[in-house]
Design a protein. Structure first.
Length: 283
């Protein structure tokens, strides 16, 4: 659980650091589109630090998935929104409402319950059928990412966010389905390709959702997609269990943590600091 919480801290902090760097790059002037903005952001130490934290978070996520149930890791990763909210309040001077501070507390309470109730990683290796199902799901998510820009309407952000969540969920499950890191075995394991395709497709979908849709709606879909589905796969097909007699506490903790994360969905993209209001001048 420590690795899962560490990953959440890394991802949540990285979001804020990258937002600060991107804002500084935009304020520095210069012409060009998104590519030029990215190049200017890469010159900011905060952006590079954010990328390093993302990499460290991914490694911690893999370590967590190899030691505790998927449902616990998914809930902990959703809690990165609480980290983003707290760090944004400190570094970006974003004012959190009482409800949002309460949501941060709810997330922490849910994770505490999960930590007490979760058992060890399931012992089931996962069938070849499940590996191909993950690969098929990843391909479907990729196709959705390729046509996602053509979607319109109020449900666009939700569909794209859910798709991104499913893609990241495929990554979570695929990590558990890769049990041999020998090159020859990796190349013949469908889960390897599911991990790569699912992760890439999820990134495309989430980027599209945040650029042209509601951040809150997209992030809510993301949280739902990357937690519930993988948790069910872990319990049903991979043997994830809770400590004896504490299944109810795990279910309650999972629901509480995800609900708290949904309440903080607007922090799926680092919040923008509101400009200070200039005093009205008389005359």
């Amino acid at each position: 659980m420590v690795c899962a919480l560490g990953a959440a801290v890394c991802f949540g902090t990285a979001t804020v650091l990258q937002a600060i760097a991107a804002r500084a790059a935009a304020d520095s002037g210069g012409s060009g589109g998104d590519a030029a903005l990215l190049l200017r952001a890469l010159r900011q130490w905060r952006y590079l630090a954010g990328l390093a934290l993302d990499g460290l978070g991914f490694l911690l996520q893999i370590a967590a998935l190899r030691s505790i149930p998927i449902y616990a890791v998914g809930a902990a990763l959703a809690a990165s929104l609480a980290v983003t909210a707290v760090v944004a309040a400190r570094l970006l001077h974003v004012r959190l409402s009482g409800v949002e501070w309460a949501a941060v507390g709810v997330v922490c309470a849910g994770l505490a319950m999960l930590g007490l109730a979760s058992g060890t990683e399931g012992s089931e290796a996962g069938s070849m059928t499940l590996k191909y199902w993950m690969l098929g799901t990843a391909v479907v998510v990729l196709l959705l990412g390729l046509v996602g820009g053509r979607l319109s309407g109020r449900g666009r952000a939700l569909v794209l966010g859910l798709g991104a969540g499913f893609g990241f969920g495929v990554v979570e499950v695929s990590v558990r389905l890769i049990d041999d890191l020998a090159p020859a075995t990796l190349l013949t394991n469908p889960a390897t390709y599911a991990l790569l395709i699912g992760g890439g497709a999820a990134f495309i979908l989430l980027t599209s959702a945040l650029q042209r849709g509601s951040v809150t709606t997209a992030t809510a879909g993301l949280v739902i997609g990357e937690t519930i589905g993988p948790a069910l796969v872990g319990v049903i097909w991979l043997g994830d269990r809770t400590r004896e007699g504490l299944a109810w506490l795990a279910v309650l903790g999972f629901a509480v943590a995800v609900a708290g994360a949904l309440a903080l969905a607007r922090f799926g993209e680092a919040p923008v600091e509101e400009p200070a209001k200039e005093p009205l001048q008389e005359g």
